[in-house]
Design a binder for this molecule. Structure first.
Ligand SMILES: Nc1ncnc2c1ncn2[C@@H]1O[C@H](COP(=O)(O)OP(=O)(O)OP(=O)(O)O)[C@@H](O)[C@H]1O
Ligand SMILES: [Mg+2]
Length: 598
């Protein structure tokens, strides 16, 4: 059900308790397999926006945040890496991951790197909106990778978010504020605990003295857009993944191969562009798909396997997002990791009230809304396949096969969605029409009744005797009040009862025919796919507000609770975190919607 990234061979790690031990694990494959921007300076002091015409990466020295203070690290991920918890507060570690790379010992390098990428929004290329009207200004504007290390046989890239300006900053400050960094750090950690493929959270540091200004919402504001400027401390969160390659990155190098004279003037420049495209694709395979694609195959053969494998991961990812109520909010090709995992926790949100059009980001439009994410993914996948095409220009068969892989996306997506809904409902499949009818009817009533998506499925997972426990998920206060409306809502309740009876009868008959499925087992399985605890925005807000005052206890508490989202936890945890969204938070800026993610 879940879309785990491939597990590498693991031996029990010996603990890494000092920064010099970590430094010894540094191992940079990127520089060997990719091209550096030929216009770049070697020392990485390259902090003004400028066009980057070629090369896959630009050396950039991060700008440290002033007077950094420790807020959090992912204990779970540290344990996986074999890092001692004490490392997070140690001098060298804290210095590096708050942006000061100037003193790292060899074999670490005293310079990081940023990468360019192209942007497509819902399948439409954006080129002229960059400051140079060429697309050469898009890329990591504030994300800077600082380390590659091989740990227990797995290669990881570590990337600062908010590490200061890069050539791609487009005039912005290169910083991330405390609020957005807390959200990103916690959500990324939580998504892993939910079993959803994601970049991982490593650490979070805030500056005690450096601030920037951002537009934000006044307390309780219902304005769609921010109505005031706030001064916020800057922070750096570090995220970790096998790579940070995005669909937009492959697109950038494919666009440069076009014979429209936009990107090159001489024939050898076309060859160079094709070479850069091939290199980045092979690098993607090496970093993200090495376990499923044989190194000895030809490039066209590899490309076919890559497209198939990415399609498989991407469709699983989207089904998982919908399973747990996650809306990414801004699923452009530049926010779509080519390794098929969740990347960029900016304007994301977890659904409280079920709404297929749920979209936390005011700039996102319906195309990135909750139930439209399969379509948004399809657009990104199509851009990905088009970007691979120039490498198959003389390979008719492979090119046709790639078209087929692309054309079958929606069928594969649909089958993943059906498997996901079946699991949420406790069915082994939706193959029979009566199972499908139960799903369709449920989707209809869910749209007509204000219910909490998480609580509804969690209560259903206990397979109750009647609909009474499900009412815990009803936003009764949002239901109609006058007499006629009350009568209508009575009808809705009757429909719920009828739906429930049909669902339960099917479930019982499934168990009767299958000897290896008891009701208790089904309930247990349902609780493994229907989380109890979800990182709701109204839970996040007090955590970053308290952090602003120097109190990080709520962040730690949320981290703990959200690390075990499928478990039954204490009554106190349930009372605090397993609740409907309070009515006063509906339509409130910064909780129900947000416009700014930085
Ligand atoms: N404060 C900033 N300074 C420089 N660049 C920024 C800033 N905020 C956003 N950007 C850049 O604007 C683009 C769009 O922002 P978006 O919110 O998608 O990305 P992000 O949250 O910064 O990053 P990522 O996708 O790396 O998680 C990105 O290329 C990003 O680097
Ligand atoms: Mg982004």
């Amino acid at each position: 059900m879940t879309n785990q990234q491939p597990q590498k061979k693991s031996s029990t790690p010996s603990t890494i308790s000092s920064f010099s031990e970590l430094a010894n694990l540094a191992n940079y494959s990127l520089m060997a397999s990719l091209n550096c921007d030929p216009d770049a300076t070697e020392d990485g002091v390259d902090h003004d926006e400028r066009q980057v015409f070629s090369g896959h990466y630009v050396p950039v020295k991060p700008t440290p945040i002033k007077d950094p203070e420790y807020i959090a690290h992912s204990k779970r991920f540290f344990a996986e890496l074999g890092f001692a918890d004490s490392l997070a507060k140690s001098d060298g570690f804290m210095r590096l991951f708050s942006g000061d790379i100037s003193q790292v010992p060899e074999p670490m390098r005293q310079v990081g790197w940023a990468t360019g990428y192209a942007l497509s929004i819902y399948g439409v290329e954006f080129i002229h909106q960059c400051p140079f009207q060429t697309g050469n200004g898009y890329g990591d504007g504030r994300a800077i990778s600082v380390l590659e290390a091989v740990i227990n046989g797995q290669r990881w890239e570590m990337q600062l978010k908010g590490g200061g300006r890069t050539p791609y900053c487009r005039g912005a400050d290169g910083r991330a504020v405390l609020r957005s960094s807390v959200r990103e750090f916690l959500a990324q950690d939580h998504m892993h605990a939910l079993g959803v493929a994601t970049s991982r959270s490593l650490s979070l540091y805030v500056s005690k003295t450096e601030t920037v200004q951002r537009g934000w919402y006044a307390e309780g504001s219902r304005s769609e857009n921010p109505d005031m400027m706030v001064t916020e401390p800057v922070a750096i969160s570090t995220r970790v993944a096998p790579s940070f390659l995005r669909v937009g990155q492959i697109e950038l190098f494919a666009r440069r191969t076009r014979e429209d004279g936009q990107y090159y003037e001489q024939p050898d420049e076309l060859l160079h562009a094709l070479d850069e495209l091939e290199k980045i694709v092979l690098h993607l395979i090496d970093r993200e798909y090495a376990e499923v694609i044989d190194k000895t195959l030809s490039t066209p053969e590899k490309i076919i396997l890559l497209a198939r494998a990415f399609r498989d991961r991407l469709t699983s990812l989207i089904a998982d997002w919908i399973r747990v109520g996650f809306c990414q909010g801004n699923f452009n090709s530049d926010n779509c990791a080519a390794g098929g995992f969740t990347l960029d926790y900016g304007p994301f949100g977890f659904s409280d009230l079920f709404n297929p059009h749920y979209q936390p980001w005011t700039g996102g439009g319906n195309h990135f809304s909750f139930m439209n994410q399969p379509k948004a993914a399809q657009s990104n996948f199509e851009m990905f396949c088009s970007a691979l095409k120039p490498l198959l220009a003389t390979e008719q068969d492979a090119s046709t096969e790639l078209d087929n892989i692309q054309n079958e996306f929606s069928a594969v997506m649909e089958s993943k969605m059906q498997a996901m809904w079946a699991a949420k409902l406790g069915f082994s499949s939706l193959d029979k029409p009566e199972h499908m009818a139960v799903l369709r009817e449920l989707q209809m009533i869910m749209m007509q009744t204000p219910i909490d998506y998480t609580i509804f499925f969690r209560e259903l997972s206990s397979i109750p005797d009647d609909i009474q426990p499900l009412k815990k998920s009803f936003y009764t206060n949002l239901m109609p009040k006058n007499a006629q409306q009350k009568a209508e809502s009575q009808q809705v309740e009757t429909r719920w009862g009828e739906w429930f009876d049909k669902w339960k009868a099917l479930l019982i008959s499934d168990c009767d025919v299958s000897t290896d499925r008891s009701i208790e087992q089904v309930s247990k399985q349902m609780k493994q796919v229907n989380p109890k605890y979800i990182l709701r925005e109204w839970l996040l807000k007090p955590a970053y507000q308290q952090a602003r005052l120097g109190d990080y206890s709520l962040i730690e508490e949320l981290q703990e609770v959200m690390a075990n989202p499928y478990e039954e936890q204490s009554q106190a945890v349930e009372d605090k975190f397993y609740q409907l969204k309070p009515l006063e938070f509906f339509n409130v800026g910064g909780i129900s919607h947000l416009s700014c993610s930085s």
